[in-house]
Design a protein around this ligand. Structure first.
Ligand SMILES: Cc1cc2nc3c(=O)[nH]c(=O)nc-3n(C[C@H](O)[C@H](O)[C@H](O)COP(=O)(O)OP(=O)(O)OC[C@H]3O[C@@H](n4cnc5c(N)ncnc54)[C@H](O)[C@@H]3O)c2cc1C
Length: 419
């Protein structure tokens, strides 16, 4: 088990965490070191992207994480969960991302997609979905926001839902959904539910926004083949989703006119905050790899890390990781305190967006410089840096890119119409 002192040093910003919290995080770290680190390459099917190897490795590791309690970690005990706090859950996700960012994405989408029902205080929906999530088998969920006409637009609070083109029409006791989503993580794999961002009438703005849970076997919902992409190969599966007169009972709409729009922005804020910890896990992994490498690698008779130029870069890596982590943890505490509004309201959406852009920039810097410090070895498949570098790029792009994040940051300080 990782020493509590080592973990406390790493998560210094979260000073109020207990030894019990650290033990949970330590157990995940031990699993990551023992089970994920040696199989990181197999998770994407090795050098030749062997899909079968990737699938087998993924399922074995996912089951291990379920056995450890990761899948049910945050849910209330009365629903079968372990009731861990958001701070501790983010530390757990960071540890998993230290092993593999796509795996951390897959695990955290469940909470993210289900957070709508939680925020809408929909005990009936939680009672339907959460006991399954808390059983002893691996599961998946999906949060479908992005459309061919844009992801950033749909998430943009200043657009008031007017750019959402997936339509939900009332028909007796049902919603009938027609539309097209692209890129959602977990699409075609999710077995619990799809949280689909729709509009009942884009002309009505926020009142039209509807968050609707669609059961995975709903007739009329079909998928494209998975996208082929730069990183997170096989761990995070993304497809298009087509909705052709998909009928779902009315109870699956999360809240109602106006309320769903607010919950959507809360979900976006939470997603951005969670992304910080995925990024930081990867940054931490690269830092650990390069620290070790530069200890034994010599240039002109001396270990690389004892050269002042290289020591300065290593110091800057530590500074960037720790400041980004402390920032994300502080924003997480502000969200958890409930004293500053919710994660989708301007004050906290601003901070969640800013922390995401900051953590992703820090991580890109760290992965890039780790590769430079290792020279060609950093570029080689065997030393893993190339994989982290490929995996992390999307973190800054999803849920709106860095420029959008800066606009949302500014919106926390003053109102304006962007152009
Ligand atoms: C691996 C992966 C996983 C994903 N997972 C999900 C998921 O789970 N659910 C989901 O719904 N989507 C998901 N996506 C989609 C992703 O969130 C979107 O692609 C992303 O938000 C950007 O949207 P877009 O591609 O439509 O770009 P656009 O909206 O067209 O934006 C393009 C660029 O312009 C910038 N931009 C846009 N508007 C502004 C503005 N007003 N001011 C300044 N800059 C702006 C953006 O930041 C971006 O850099 C995923 C994508 C990938 C690759």
């Amino acid at each position: 088990m990782a020493s509590l002192l080592d973990l406390r040093k790493q998560y210094l910003g979260a000073l109020d965490i207990t030894d019990d919290d650290l033990r949970i995080v330590g157990a995940v770290r031990e699993f990551v070191d023992g089970e994920i680190m040696p199989r990181r390459q197999d998770l994407e099917g090795g050098w030749h992207r062997d899909e079968e190897l990737a699938g087998k490795t993924f399922h074995k590791i996912q089951q291990g994480l379920v056995d450890l309690g990761v899948q049910r970690a945050t849910w209330p005990e009365k629903l079968g969960g372990l009731g861990v706090s958001g701070t501790v859950y983010n530390m757990i996700i960071e540890e998993i991302a230290r092993g593999d960012v796509g795996l951390a994405t897959h695990m955290s989408i469940i909470n993210w997609a289900m957070s709508g029902a939680m925020r809408g205080r929909r005990m009936d929906l939680l009672q339907e979905f959460v006991p399954k999530i808390c059983d002893d088998r691996p599961h998946g969920c999906c949060m479908a926001i992005t459309e061919p006409t844009g992801g950033t637009n749909a998430e943009d609070p200043t657009q008031h839902g007017r750019t959402i083109h997936t339509l939900a029409e009332e028909d007796g006791d049902h919603w009938v959904i027609n539309g097209h989503k692209i890129w959602p993580s977990g699409a075609s794999k999710a077995d619990i539910a799809y949280c689909v961002v729709c509009s009942t009438d884009p002309g009505t703005g926020d009142d039209g926004v509807a968050l609707i849970y669609v059961p995975p076997d709903a007739p009329g919902m079909t998928f494209s083949k998975p996208y082929e992409k730069m990183g997170m190969c096989y761990t995070d599966v993304n497809t298009e989703i087509f909705f052709d007169h998909v009928r779902v009972p009315k109870k699956y709409r999360v809240a109602g006119p106006g309320k769903d729009a607010k919950i959507l922005h809360d979900i976006v804020g939470m997603g951005r905050l969670g992304t910080c910890h995925m990024a930081l896990g990867a940054a931490q992994a690269c830092f650990e790899i390069v620290l070790k490498w530069t200890k034994t690698r010599e240039i002109a008779g001396r270990p690389v890390r004892s050269r002042s130029l290289h020591a300065s870069i290593l110091g800057e890596m530590a500074q960037k990781i720790e400041s980004a982590r402390a920032y994300a943890q502080q924003v997480g505490k502000m969200v958890g305190s409930g004293k500053f509004g919710s994660s989708g309201e301007p004050v906290l959406l601003s901070k969640c967006s800013s922390a995401k852009a900051y953590a992703c920039a820090a991580t890109e810097w760290v992965t890039h410089h780790a590769m430079e410090l290792m020279g060609s070895y950093g570029y080689a498949f065997d030393y893993h840096i190339e994989k982290y570098l490929r995996d992390v790029k999307i973190l800054s792009l999803w849920l709106g890119g860095p420029h959008r994040a800066m606009l949302d940051t500014a919106l926390g300080y003053y109102d304006f119409e962007w152009s």
